[in-house]
Design a protein around this ligand. Structure first.
Ligand SMILES: Nc1nc2c(ncn2[C@@H]2O[C@H](COP(=O)(O)OP(=O)(O)OP(=O)(O)O)[C@@H](O)[C@H]2O)c(=O)[nH]1
Ligand SMILES: [Mg+2]
Length: 496
């Protein structure tokens, strides 16, 4: 199979596993027809996780398989048996991998440190079984929660080399040869331009300083505008602490000379932007060629006047390489000392989607429509949207439980406060919203004052406030007794 030549940028679909459904089951024992609920919870779906492996240098593996899917959680079963978790998929990436969401263009993670992890898509949560949903107020729930679907997203992986020193220069100036001469890396070297298509990385030891050096494909005038190959690869220099110009003393191309070459490359770096603060060194290469030493001494004063430290080197004979190596080490060491100590990088998890920003904290409500045939009230929020996904709408009891949960965080009260009336449409969620007819169960303050006791609903349904009191009492009772069980309508820790 042909290996693509550009392996430092790939598109990938990652899909997490679905959560298993909770189980609604009633304990069956001989001579005990009315056993308690014993349905177990569904297992969580597996996640897709990226982890930095310092031994890797390319993203080539991702070209072979462009969809990665973690497994689903198993459903709960009777007799309190919980479903197994879906297995996570851990994908190894090289240091310097930047993860971007292809849909939004948002950068999700910048993975640079060995072992650093990024959870790209989170497995769906398993649904609670009816055993976990039981409480003193709802002793035998005839329903369970559905497992949630795992997330899926299209992402781009992009490798940005992480090196202390970046080598820049025209094609064939000898950048890869320099890496080969001062490190153990063995990049491809050839006498035609654009030999290097993917940055090479070498580890250099100079005295007791160890640092990394990367070359990038040759730059030419207009590289920052997309000419040659340079455009795409200038970004690799972004992370370097120092820049070394590799300049060809032996080029016979018309219109080129060492000082002019350096100015053109500097122009491209300036057009790329953001590199102004990086210290520079100048390496005049191929000093072994005839006339090259003279050329080096002609241009040296000009370059030094421009503030550069200049080294005449030959990757062929080794001349000048030691001095250059130690000069690079000096700069790297100085920059390292000046930089703030890197903060330990935690595992990065995806931002929860749709987190509400309203004063309520849990949800937002927006009124839509012109009132003809009623308004549509759109409710957004992480919790309400999740609860919708967990609800089996074929089960009336499950729907009642959902209504309780929605009331508990005040959605119904807020709708009434905003002027919603019975019969209005309430849409919870985004594109795949679930739409209800608004049928308020609780009373507004005004109604309570004027019509208390008259409303049929007070007889047929317990007011939410009373239910809440009951539940809170249960909660405190159980807390005091040290009993830990899932409470009706109250999120348990693992529910959030
Ligand atoms: N005489 C001489 N030739 C050299 C020296 N360094 C490199 N070369 C030659 O110059 C040519 C280009 O070298 P590379 O190291 O591939 O150059 P590069 O800058 O990496 O080129 P690209 O990857 O195409 O941008 C090869 O033929 C090398 O053998 C040197 O010090 N002296
Ligand atoms: Mg090269």
């Amino acid at each position: 199979m042909a290996i693509p030549s550009f392996v430092d940028r790939v598109k990938l679909t990652v899909a997490a596993g679905n959560g298993g459904h909770g189980c609604a089951s009633v304990k069956r024992e001989k001579f005990k027809p009315l056993g308690g609920p014993d349905g177990g919870n569904g297992g969580d779906g597996g996640s897709v996780i990226f982890r930095v492996d310092g031994g890797l240098t390319t993203l080539v593996e991702f070209h072979r398989q462009s969809v990665r899917r973690a497994s689903n959680g198993a459903p709960g079963q009777g007799d309190f048996r919980h479903g197994a978790r879906g297995e996570d998929i851990v994908l190894s990436v090289p240091s310097g991998t930047v993860v971007t969401d292809l849909e939004t263009g948002e950068q999700l993670a910048d993975l640079t440190e060995e072992g650093q992890e990024f959870v790209a898509v989170l497995g769906g949560k398993g649904g609670l079984g009816n055993a976990a949903l039981a409480s003193s107020a709802r002793k035998a729930p005839g329903f369970a929660l559905l497992g949630e679907e795992g997330e899926a997203r299209e992402i781009q992986l992009e490798l940005k080399v992480v090196a202390d020193v970046g080598l820049v220069g025209f094609p064939s100036a000898g950048k890869s040869s320099l890496i080969a001469a001062i490190s153990r890396a063995r990049p491809k070297i050839a006498d035609y331009p654009f030999t290097t298509l993917v940055p090479n990385l070498g580890v250099v030891v100079a005295g007791d300083v160890t640092y990394t050096v990367a070359d990038v494909p040759g730059l030419i005038e207009g590289a920052s505008l997309g000419k040659g190959l340079g455009f795409d690869f200038l970004r690799h220099i972004d992370r370097c602490q120092a820049i070394v110009h590799v300049i060809d003393l032996g080029t016979y191309e018309p219109g080129r000379d060492p000082v002019g070459d350096l100015e053109i490359i500097e122009g491209e770096l300036a057009a790329h932007g953001g590199l102004e603060d990086r210290p520079r060194l100048v390496a005049l290469n191929k000093v072994d060629l005839p006339d090259a030493p003279e050329m080096a001494e002609i241009v040296r004063p000009d370059l030094e006047r421009a503030g550069h430290r200049v080294f005449a080197i030959s990757t062929k004979t080794g001349e000048g390489l030691n001095e250059l190596k130690f000069a690079m080490a000096e700069i790297v060491e100085a920059r390292r000392a000046a930089l703030p100590a890197a903060e330990p990088r935690p595992v990065i998890r995806p931002k929860p989607v749709g987190r509400a920003k309203s004063g309520q904290g849990e949800f937002t409500i927006v009124k839509k429509g012109d009132g003809e045939g009623g308004f549509v009230w759109r409710v957004r929020g992480e919790k309400p949207e999740r609860w919708i996904r967990q609800t089996d709408f074929n089960n009336a009891e499950a729907v009642g439980y959902l209504a309780d949960r929605l009331n508990r965080i005040g959605i119904e009260a807020k709708l009434l406060e905003m002027g919603a009336v019975a019969g209005d449409a309430v849409a919870i969620g985004g594109e795949d919203a679930v739409v209800f007819d608004f049928a308020p169960q609780i009373e507004t303050g005004a109604e309570l004052l004027s019509r208390r006791g008259e409303d049929q609903r007070l007889e047929s349904e317990r007011p939410a406030a009373a239910r809440r009191r009951e539940r809170d009492a249960d909660y405190h009772a159980s807390r005091n007794a040290g009993i830990d069980y899932a409470l009706e309508g109250l999120p348990t820790d693992d529910e959030d």
